[in-house]
Ligand binder design. Structure first.
Ligand code: DAH
Length: 346
């Protein structure tokens, strides 16, 4: 009997239409209030046989909760719609707030492009430590003991080693340390690029910073020649800048390469920008390079009679400057959103 009645009330609640405040009050009185139909059923519980009382009690509680929950929902709807006006509570005439799009840092963009080009030529990507020993940063790379790069005013030393100066610890001044680590670890053929951050003890200005980024390149195998170096960097320049790019190799010196060359690309002097960048010559340097010095190969346990190779190192800031026209090195690390936002969607 009672169960029948419970079912009826369930149905009644479901079908009870509440469109006005009065109807809401009626609902409350009938199904939630102390004098309502649900409470009345609880009164009847005491007349139920003891064995059944528990089960029926549970049914009644379910009904009661159903009525209360439904009341809460309907009431919330009323309150939301009753905020003074009868229209929706958003003002559709206001201008939209635009989506805040993030942007990728220009150095990250340039690095990704460099990696992409070299990966297509079969170079893998390697990484090495920024806190490095003298051995990997200088000595294994054939720097003589008294080379000016080892001066305190050029390099940040972290810890001196009184017994063995090749174990002095420092912030690497270039990514060439990773060359040594690769050659020690891996037998030729080796074909890899090694991007990373480097540090120099420089006064910060538009043209110099105490940290910047490089990509090192290394290719060691049998019969690798200077022509391979030239071809590789020419192809890179075409992909990076323009298919009609002109490059030149200018004789230079690095302790770890022999012969050594600086790679320049032709900008011309047509605009004030290119005149300034090339210091009036039309050429701007993008990388140092050369054939890996036999002493360096030997330092890494590679037989210079059997293997040859080339190496290069380029500054990522410079590449980004040429691609995006960034005039001041400091902009890269100041985190000024007015600068960073200009790369949205690049
Ligand atoms: N390590 C040099 C620098 O920081 C750049 C460089 C020059 C790297 C020639 C090389 C290289 O691997 O062969 O100025």
């Amino acid at each position: 009997m009672l169960t029948e009645r419970v079912k009826e009330i369930f149905q009644e609640i479901e079908q009870f239409e509440v469109a006005t405040k009065e109807q809401l009050e009626q609902y409350r009185q009938r199904f939630v209030g102390r004098k309502g139909v649900v409470e009345a059923l609880f009164e009847g519980l005491k007349d139920i046989a003891k064995e059944e009382r528990r089960a029926v009690g549970q049914e009644l509680n379910a009904l009661k909760n159903f009525a209360i929950d439904r009341f809460a929902v309907i009431q919330a709807e009323f309150e939301a719609n009753d905020s003074g006006s009868s229209g929706p509570s958003v003002d559709l005439t206001l201008p939209v707030v635009p989506n805040q799009l993030g942007s990728i840092h220009p150095l990250t963009l340039a690095r990704a492009k460099i990696i992409e080009i070299f990966e297509r030529m079969g170079f893998s990507v390697a990484d090495g430590p920024e806190i490095e020993s003298d051995w990997y940063n200088f000595t294994a790379l054939n720097f003589p003991e008294n080379h000016p790069a080892r001066e305190m005013q050029d390099t940040f030393f972290v810890a001196k080693n009184a017994e063995d100066p090749t174990q002095d610890m420092l912030l690497r001044t270039h990514t060439s340390n990773v060359q040594i680590r690769m050659m020690e670890r891996q037998k030729p053929p080796i074909r890899a690029i090694m991007p990373g951050r480097v540090y120099r003890n420089e006064a910060i200005s538009a043209r110099a910073h105490c940290f910047f980024h490089q990509v090192e390149g290394l290719y060691i195998d049998k019969n690798v020649s200077f022509k391979d170096l030239k071809d590789t960097l020419y192809h890179f320049s075409k992909e990076m800048f323009d298919k009609d790019v002109k490059i030149r190799l200018r004789p230079s010196f690095f302790p770890f390469t022999e012969p050594s060359a600086e790679i320049d690309i032709w900008l011309g002097t047509d605009t004030e920008e290119t005149y300034r960048l090339s210091k009036g010559t039309g050429w701007v340097e993008i990388a140092g390079s050369g054939m890996v010095d036999p002493n360096v190969l030997a330092n890494c346990g590679i037989d210079p009679e059997e293997y040859t190779g080339f190496a290069f190192g380029m500054g990522i800031e410079r590449i980004a400057q040429l691609r995006y026209g960034v005039r001041d090195l400091r902009l890269y690390s100041e985190n000024d959103v007015r600068f960073l936002r200009q790369f949205e969607g690049v």
